[in-house]
Design a protein around this ligand. Structure first.
Ligand SMILES: NC(=O)c1ccc[n+]([C@@H]2O[C@H](COP(=O)([O-])OP(=O)(O)OC[C@H]3O[C@@H](n4cnc5c(N)ncnc54)[C@H](OP(=O)(O)O)[C@@H]3O)[C@@H](O)[C@H]2O)c1
Length: 235
């Protein structure tokens, strides 16, 4: 068993670096990219988003393509990856699509002070893990590995991205840039302030660029595990 899952962070940003509007869900990407993301989802064991993304976007986080779901089922996997979220406040609605859509397992990592509350509210629809006084993404990753998660996809939002990146837990970054500006500093940016391992003195490695209609996909290798994963895939 690996100490932590291979971790792929996938995100779509505006030209000016935002991932969401201050008021509502913002659709930045296009159909070709949504389909690419669906294929990436289908290749993962679990998908993680922050609680604010669950509240604001109400995402389903399932594999949309029937062919991909069938292919997973044929390999003895659930049709869609396990869904994972993190919360301190536990203010999550059990009727949200995150919990109600798809037969796959849902896991909520909750900080200790509200873990009992989270169990009361979500215990019917999810496995609630008391993650200690503060949910640390490294400990969470180790716990996911122990639950058999070998490949994790992190899908937002900015607060969660920041922690995975500053903790150096991301092996691969897939960043799509959409041809729009948001222009509102109250909107959510790709990341918040932090000490990132990549900076002018240590640049990230760009491994691929793809044009998908009007968006561009930038693929970065952020750890040596990226190359190992490519060899494992026969690439
Ligand atoms: N463009 C894209 O690809 C994309 C993808 C996903 C999301 N988004 C956008 O991103 C925005 C949301 O991003 P965000 O940065 O505001 O929120 P977020 O990262 O989705 O979630 C933040 C929340 O997660 C919980 N959390 C995070 N770290 C935690 C920790 N260490 N311990 C315990 N709980 C923790 C807290 O939940 P509680 O408040 O419940 O305690 C926190 O408020 C939305 O606008 C959404 O539309 C965009």
């Amino acid at each position: 068993m690996r100490e932590r899952p291979y971790t792929l962070l996938s995100c779509c940003v505006s030209i000016d670096g935002y991932i969401g509007s201050a008021a509502s869900r913002l659709l930045l990407s296009n159909d070709a990219d949504f389909d690419r993301v669906d294929a990436v989802r289908a290749s993962c064991d679990a998908i993680l988003v922050g609680a604010e993304t669950v509240r604001v976007d109400n995402p389903r986080l399932i594999v949309r393509s029937e062919a991909r779901r069938d292919e997973r089922a044929a390999r003895g996997l659930p049709e869609s990856p396990i869904k994972v979220t993190v919360t301190r406040r536990a203010e999550l609605d059990a009727r949200a699509d995150f919990f109600s859509v798809g037969d796959t397992e849902k896991i909520v990592y909750c900080a200790s002070p509200r873990a009992a509350d989270a169990r009361g509210r979500l215990g019917r629809v999810a496995t609630v893990v008391d993650a200690g006084d503060n949910v640390e993404m490294r400990a969470l990753s180790t716990d996911l590995a122990a639950r058999g998660i070998d490949r994790l996809m992190v899908e937002g939002g900015g607060t969660v991205h920041t922690q995975f990146l500053t903790d150096d837990l991301v092996d691969e970054l897939q960043l799509t840039v959409a041809p729009v500006f948001v222009g509102d500093s109250d909107a959510t940016r790709f990341v918040r302030d932090g000490l990132f391992p990549w900076n002018p003195a240590r640049r990230a490695e760009l491994v691929d660029v793809q044009k998908l209609g009007d968006v561009v996909l930038l693929r970065y290798a952020l750890s040596s595990r990226f190359q190992e994963a490519q060899r494992g895939n026969g690439c």
